[in-house]
Every structure is written in C-alpha cells, then in structure tokens.
Write a protein that binds this ligand. Structure first.
Ligand code: ADP
Ligand code: ZN
Length: 431
C-alpha cells in the first residue's frame, strides 16, 4: 500500500515537529546563497519554533529566479551541482533550477512514493510520454519510475503511432502523459481501428503538467480503460512529485515532509479557509543546492478539509483550477479556461481540444470558443453542428454569465501543440 509507510502515515504533531526542524535547516542552507543572504538578512533560523513561523519570512517570486539567473540562488559550491533543469517557459523567460546528488535522490524518492501511491508497482511497464531534456517532467518521472522498480520506456513525446506500437509490443501497463495529449492519442488508436481498452494492457495513466477538469479525467479513464491520477509539480519545486492523487481520487496529497504548504489569498497574502481557492505557496524543506522559501507558484487551488480515507496524513490540494495568469476578464467577468473546459467536456459530441479567442471588435470585447468534434461525432450535418454550437453557447453562458460565439471544428481541426496545450489566445493585448 505504501512506499514509505512510516512517513506517509506520520501523525500530524510529529509531521509538524519534523517540518519545524527541517525549516530551520532549510533557512540556514538558503542563507548560503547570494540571493537569500540578502533576502533573509537578520533572520535567525533558530527563531523558528513551528511551521507557522514561516509566515514571518519574505516571499520568493519567479522574477527573483530570473534576476538571479544562473547561479544567484545556489547554496552549495558549483562543483556539487549535478543537474540543471528549467521550467518550460509557458509564462515567460525560463528559470534555472540546480540540483545536487542528494537533491536528485530525494526527488526520485518522492516521485517513486507518488507513483506507488497511484498503484504503479515493480514489474510494471511504464511508458513515459513526456518531453525529456531541460523540462523537469521527463527525467523527473523517469528517475522515480526507475527507483520504484518499473521497467521504464523513455519514449518522450510525439509520434503517436510509435507510442501505440511500443505499448503493444512491450505490454505497457502504466503511462505518464499530459491530458490533452492523452485525448489525441485515443483518437489515433481509433484511426488505426484499435481500442486501447482491449488492445493494450494499460491499467494506470498518470496525467498532469497542465490544468484539466474532472470531466477530462473521466474521458481519459473511459477511453483507455484505466484509472487516471492527477500529478502536480513545477520545475522550481523540483518538478513532478510535489503532489499526487491517491486511490481515493479526491485531492492530491502534497508531501509535507519535503514541502511546507500555504494556500494564501492572492491579494492579501493571508491564509484562506480550507475549501477556499487561493494561491499555492511552497517552501522546500529538503533541498540543498537551491532551497526556495515561500515560493509563490501562482497556481490556484484549495486545501481540502478533513482526513483522507487512505490514511495518509499529508494534506490534500484540490485539482489546480488554473494559474492566476490564466484568468482573463471579459465584459467585466473573471473567467478561467477550466470553467470553459468543464462545460465543453460535458458534451459527448465535443472532442478533447478547444481554444478560446479574445478579440476587440469595434467597441466591445468578444470571446470565441473553438471546439473540435469528437471522432464519433465527425459525421454531424451542418444543421446538427449549428444546433450543437447553440447548445454550447447557452451552457457556457449559464456557467460564465457571458455569451461566447462558438465555432465547431472537425476532429483534429485545431493545430497540434508540442507539450502543454494552448487554451487562450488574447489578441486584445496586441491592439
Ligand atoms: P511552466 O510554468 O513554464 O509551465 P513547468 O513546466 O515547471 O513550467 O510547469 C509547472 C506548471 O504546470 C505548474 O506551476 C502548474 O501551473 C502546471 N501544472 C503542473 N501540474 C499540473 C496539474 N496536475 N494540474 C494543473 N496544472 C498543473
Ligand atoms: Zn488519500
């Protein structure tokens, strides 16, 4: 059941003591770096007496990582760094994240713990359909799956036919991939006259790296005949292996022996109540080469109240509803792409991909939602498509309180993106 039973079930008081001690150590370590020797000036790690004392410390933001690029946050001699990663740069210039040998060992262990929790076992054939290279998803998942004792196929992204061939030749039982690609891949199975439910041995899909709705998870599960588990992480905080769903599939356990979690109101920076959405702020407790203190992830989620039936004591985050940067304002209303996705995915005739386009037409801003048809609905007549567009517009208006224009596209009508799916194009900023 558990990869590290003792630590996963650690009573809260003991977890809290462990965090206090590790926070002190982490602060002392951070102060060895040029950046934190300044940022933490006058702060004595010995003054930390509980995890809550983290609230007296300054925040770290992505810009700080950019400003101290490449070595300004390094807290060990350069010669002890054995790996460089970078964020994928979805929201701007990338940042450099440096790891020591001990950091990589700790990360691989957290990743193995996460995968084990999702049901991956030694002997599983694990196909890692994630970009390798600087992006932390590839090697991050890879080293964890290897550590766990699975047979890893480090195939990387793209070439769907080859992915399918490998799955069938080697009897892949578990895969890691981003959810938008999982839906594409299911379409390629169908094109080849194959059904992943009967033509593969897949049991588990680990899906993450981009926001997705509960409806999308269900689709992945139905199309592939697997259990799909949400996996969360970000390069600045290692990458994958920060939080993951357990078999209850109700929230993601965030590994609190390794990270100190705060969920804060993004304006006031005060803690929000459990169940309320706020910004996830993380402090690394184990990292040596590049500790981060109160890192503002800009990811929005809620802390789930109550205990989990699986017995793990590490608290759970809701699925990430989006990044604070993803939110857009149209006609005075705040909208997250995830709200649009949830509505679209309730319609069986709608496929996996969609794109929201914001424009400024004359006086008013306009919002257009382009949605692909699912392969089964490819044969809809023009009249039926128009009816679907009307129904979608109405359902979106009920959810968002704004009426978008809806365009229905053929299956695969939207361009394929390498890596994370693009969900919003805001042309208003250009004019
Ligand atoms: P970038 O910020 O350039 O995309 P990363 O590749 O490090 O850099 O991606 C981390 C980000 O991806 C997270 O901050 C979060 O916004 C998103 N992300 C990762 N996993 C999930 C997930 N399971 N659900 C929603 N969003 C996720
Ligand atoms: Zn659980």
């Amino acid at each position: 059941m558990f990869w590290q039973e003792q630590i996963e079930l650690l009573p809260r008081e003991e977890l809290s003591e462990l965090q206090t001690e590790r926070l002190r150590r982490s602060l002392a370590q951070a102060k060895k770096s040029p950046f934190y020797s300044q940022a933490l000036k006058g702060i004595d790690p010995q003054d930390i007496n509980s995890p809550q004392d983290v609230r007296g410390l300054p925040f770290t933001v992505k810009q700080d990582l950019r400003d101290s690029f490449p070595y300004g946050m390094l807290a060990v001699p350069r010669s002890q760094v054995v790996r460089l990663h970078a964020s994928s740069g979805t929201t701007g210039t990338p940042t450099a994240i440096l790891h020591s040998k001990a950091d990589l060992r700790a990360w691989a262990n957290l990743m193995a713990r996460s995968l084990y929790m999702a049901g991956v076992r030694p002997g599983d054939v694990f196909q890692n359909i994630t970009g390798y290279g600087l992006f932390s998803g590839g090697l991050g998942i890879h080293q964890g799956a290897e550590r766990l004792g699975a047979m890893v196929i480090p195939v990387g992204t793209g070439n769907s036919r080859r992915q399918i061939a490998l799955m069938r030749q080697f009897g892949t039982t578990a895969m890691h991939l981003i959810p938008s690609y999982a839906l594409r891949l299911a379409g390629v199975f169908a094109e080849q006259g194959l059904d992943p439910r009967s033509d593969t041995q897949l049991r588990i899909a680990v899906i993450g790296a981009e926001p997705h709705s509960e409806q999308t998870r269900k689709r992945v599960e139905d199309l592939f005949g697997v259990k799909a588990y949400n996996s969360y992480g970000l390069s600045e905080i290692n990458g994958p292996g920060v939080a993951m769903e357990c078999p209850e599939q109700n929230g993601l356990h965030l590994w609190e022996d390794a990270f100190l979690l705060e969920v804060l109101h993004p304006m006031t920076m005060e803690p929000v109540e459990p169940g309320q959405i706020g910004e996830v702020v993380l402090t690394t407790l184990e990292r040596r080469a590049m500790p981060l203190i109160r890192y503002r992830t800009r990811d929005l989620a809620a802390l789930l109240p109550g205990e989990c039936a699986c017995g793990r004591t590490h608290r759970r985050l809701s699925r990430i509803v989006g990044r604070s940067d993803d939110m857009f304002i149209i006609k005075g209303v705040n909208v997250y792409p995830m709200q649009v996705e949830s509505v679209l995915m309730d319609f069986k005739a709608v496929g996996g991909q969609y794109l929201i386009i914001l424009e400024n037409k004359g006086e008013a801003d306009s919002m257009t939602v382009r949605a692909e048809l699912s392969p089964e609905a490819a044969g809809l007549s023009p009249l039926e498509r128009a009816g679907l567009a009307r129904n979608l517009a109405k359902a979106l208006r009920d959810e968002l309180l704004v009426t978008p224009a809806v365009e229905i596209l053929d299956p695969d009508g939207l361009p394929m993106t390498q890596g994370k799916a693009e969900r919003v194009q805001d042309h208003r900023k250009l004019s």
